[in-house]
Design a protein around this ligand. Structure first.
Ligand code: MG
Ligand code: ZN
Length: 252
């Protein structure tokens, strides 16, 4: 119980004051082509901003490599099953829980971090405030406050969103995207950038595919058409289907 109470006082990483870069101007407007001159200035600012994130991500990656830490960035919509997948992995790796750090990104709550911490893995909460994605700087800040001496694996749960997190590398070795059949048949086709940038696709809740009238083969085909290098897994986290295969592939 004492341990639970301690976990309630979780350290929460937040962006610095004034660091909320004009809300949604990142990564979105440059894909549109508005013929206004004011847009041009926006685009320049934005590209610098994106470049800075990329170079911070490279620094994070170099740091991870220097420490022998493997990192994975887990992406997907709200409700796709990211937290449940991390819980399942944490449970299966219980004997190595000291080697695992989970960085849980969320706009404001600690619900996911609390769920994951129940399994005894070190968990740090990063609240993004107005931003709908994690960025490399927030990850760096999280690393600064945590003791990584026993850490060999970092699992990052990104904010639930299939759009802008694709544009913000964090310095992870792998990107894993979770899509569940309950999101319907078009999620992959509608978010090509996310799947193009991913290394692993997890199609979750396959036990509900029939009820949802979603064709899992078609989902997989949509994804591999966008990115032929994607490694695809089919899971039902709730029924412990496919998790062992993912763990084996990740070489955790
Ligand atoms: Mg979650
Ligand atoms: Zn965003």
């Amino acid at each position: 119980m004492g341990r639970k109470d301690e976990e309630k006082k979780r350290t929460i990483i937040t962006p610095d004051e004034g660091e909320h870069h004009h809300g949604h101007s990142h990564g979105h407007s440059h894909r549109h082509s508005h013929p206004h001159s004011s847009e041009t200035i926006d685009i320049t600012l934005e590209e610098n901003f994106m470049d800075r994130n990329k170079s911070l991500a490279r620094e994070n990656l170099e740091y991870f490599d220097s420490q022998g830490i493997r990192t994975i960035n887990i992406l997907g919509s709200v409700g796709s099953g990211k937290t449940s997948l991390i819980e399942a992995i944490s449970q299966k790796l219980a004997s190595r829980r000291d080697e695992i750090l989970v960085i849980a990104g969320d706009v404001t709550t600690t619900i996911d971090a609390d769920r994951i911490a129940k399994h005894g893995v070190k968990t740090i909460q990063v609240n993004t405030g107005v931003e709908c994605h994690l960025d490399a700087k927030l990850i760096k800040k999280a690393l600064d406050v945590v003791d990584l001496s026993s850490t060999k694996i970092i699992i990052i749960e990104n904010v639930g969103n299939l759009i802008c997190p694709a544009d913000f590398p964090l310095g992870s070795h792998l990107r894993l995207v979770v899509v569940s059949v309950t999101e319907g048949p078009w999620m992959i086709q509608k978010h090509p950038v996310m799947f193009h940038e991913a290394d692993i696709l997890v199609i979750n809740k396959i036990d509900l595919a029939e009820v949802m009238e979603v064709d899992v083969n078609q989902l997989e085909q949509d994804a591999t058409q966008i990115n032929p290098n994607l490694k695809v897994f089919r899971t039902s986290v709730r029924n412990d289907i496919g998790i062992d295969e993912i763990i084996r592939y990740l070489e955790f």
